[in-house]
Design a protein around this ligand. Structure first.
Ligand code: ADP
Ligand code: MG
Length: 468
């Protein structure tokens, strides 16, 4: 009996214990586990994690606090994200501005290491930003070395520096740059911003303006002089011609005059021949012809309107001029034009140009003749070559005549179109060939003529003629 009641009590206790455990589990352990899992997920960044515990006791308060905390964190994260986005946008905007600048821009830190390198700098120097950043400027662009001292001064003193019109020799010819160093002082970051502007085109235009003004004044002067010389020269030549014909021919008036002084025309002629007077007169005439050719060239400086313009294939003109030069006796005396190899690059669909044929031929001839002369003088040149190119460029026809001769210095290059500029000895060069060519192309044909040349690297004449 006693045992039974004990057993009963134990079983009852057991059942009661189990029920208690069950209730405890349901009421506290599960919600606690749920709360723990939720908080872990929130901690891992899942800020949309829901917490479904709604109770009035401490556990409920804990759950509510967790919800408040989750929402506060969520709000903070969102606002931070917004700010980050905003910063990114601003950064992109500034990057865009810096990269769309027409100037190459790069910034340096105190030690002159590159911090920023814009798109134009990538293009100008052919160096990617990733290859430039963090490296010293003079290692990335060695030609900046001479400016490094002044750039350091800019960083230290805050005074900007300006290095105008810096010249570099590149495979495409001379390149001119303006370089400016500005101090950079912001939020204790010290350094400098360097701006590099490519002013090559600007310098070329400037040179062209100076050139055309110079040409205009010298050309006008020369043309005026030519007019003045023309008449007396014609008189001299005519008179020499008259003297010759009075001696050489049997003109009745001459025969009569000879008879009147008691000699014959044959005696006079014999005397003149013996004393070389006829030869002297012929020399006067020859010199006169040369002088009048020069005067004719000079006169063309002022001649603006040419009537005889026709449509013409430039490549045909160029070939005709080559043929002309190859058969020119005067040229042949000095060098054999046929020795020069000719490489033609004529673009087949190049339109015809409205031009005065003989004048354009004269230009080609002057250029070819100069080049042949220059190549002849260039002792080390074994295989002289002409490159002839004709192609269309928008509404212009572009003609290039290039040689592989000695080229020229910058000083010569700047002056070759000047009337009377020559580097040849007296009697050999008049310095008129290229100036006449210049006037024919620019004044008479509204075109352009330019020269690209460096010592030892040949000369390239580039002519642009409008198609219409
Ligand atoms: N192809 C060339 N290569 C080198 N120098 C040249 C070339 N063409 C022209 N020159 C230079 O330009 C100068 C002027 O040429 P130009 O006006 O024809 O006069 P000239 O031939 O009478 O000297 C020449 O004296 C020469 O120094
Ligand atoms: Mg010449």
């Amino acid at each position: 009996m006693k045992f039974d009641s004990i057993l009963q009590a134990v079983i009852l206790d057991l059942i009661l214990g189990l029920v208690l455990i069950f209730i405890l589990n349901l009421r506290f352990v599960r919600p606690l586990q749920e709360l723990q899992q939720s908080s872990e997920k929130i901690a891992a960044g899942h800020l949309d994690q829901s917490i479904n515990i709604h109770r009035k006791d401490e556990l409920g308060a804990l759950a509510d606090n967790l919800v408040i905390m989750r929402d506060a964190v969520k709000e903070k994260v969102e606002s931070l994200q917004f700010e980050v986005n905003q910063h990114q946008k601003t950064k992109n905007y500034i990057d865009n501005i810096i990269n769309s600048m027409p100037s190459a821009l790069f910034s340096l830190d105190r030690e002159s290491n590159i911090v920023l390198w814009n798109y134009k700098a990538e293009k100008l120097y052919g160096i990617k930003s990733s290859q430039a950043v963090s490296k010293p400027l003079d290692k990335v662009i060695p030609k900046m070395k001479p400016f490094m001292d002044n750039i350091s001064k800019t960083i230290q003193t805050g005074d900007p520096y300006y290095f105008p019109k810096q010249v570099t020799v590149t495979s495409q010819g001379l390149v001119y740059e303006d370089i400016t160093a500005y101090p950079l002082i912001a939020d204790n970051i010290e350094g400098a911003v360097i701006r590099v502007d490519d002013i090559t085109e600007h310098v070329r235009m400037e040179e062209m303006v100076v050139q055309s003004e110079k040409m205009l004044s010298i050309g006008g002067l020369a043309a005026g002089m030519a007019h003045e010389i023309n008449n007396p020269l014609a008189g001299m030549m005519q008179n020499a011609q008259v003297v010759l014909s009075r001696i050489q021919g049997e003109i009745p008036a001459s025969v009569e005059a000879a008879e009147a002084v008691g000699i014959t025309m044959d005696q006079i002629r014999a005397f003149m021949e013996t004393r070389g007077i006829v030869r002297q007169l012929e020399l006067i005439h020859e010199a006169g012809v040369r002088a009048s050719q020069i005067v004719q060239n000079m006169l063309s400086f002022s001649r603006k309107d040419f009537s005889g313009k026709v449509r013409q294939d430039i490549s045909i003109l160029l070939d005709q001029t080559i043929e002309l030069a190859q058969s020119d006796y005067d040229l042949k005396k000095r060098y054999d034009f046929k020795k020069i190899k000719i490489i033609r690059e004529y673009h087949p669909d190049t339109p015809q140009v409205l031009c005065e044929v003989s004048k354009i031929q004269q230009v080609f001839f002057n250029i070819l003749k100069n080049s042949a002369e220059a190549m002849q003088e260039f002792q080390s040149l074994k295989d002289p070559v002409f490159f002839l190119r004709v192609k269309q460029k928008k509404d212009l026809v572009c003609i290039e005549i290039e040689d592989n001769g000695p080229g020229m210095t910058e000083d010569t290059r700047k002056r070759i179109f000047e009337p009377f500029f020559t580097t040849k000895p007296v009697g050999k060069g008049t310095g008129l060939g290229l100036s006449v060519s210049y006037f024919i192309i620019t004044d008479n044909h509204n075109g352009e003529i330019n020269i690209v040349s460096e010592p030892g690297k040949g000369a390239k004449f580039i002519i642009h003629l409008p198609i219409v």
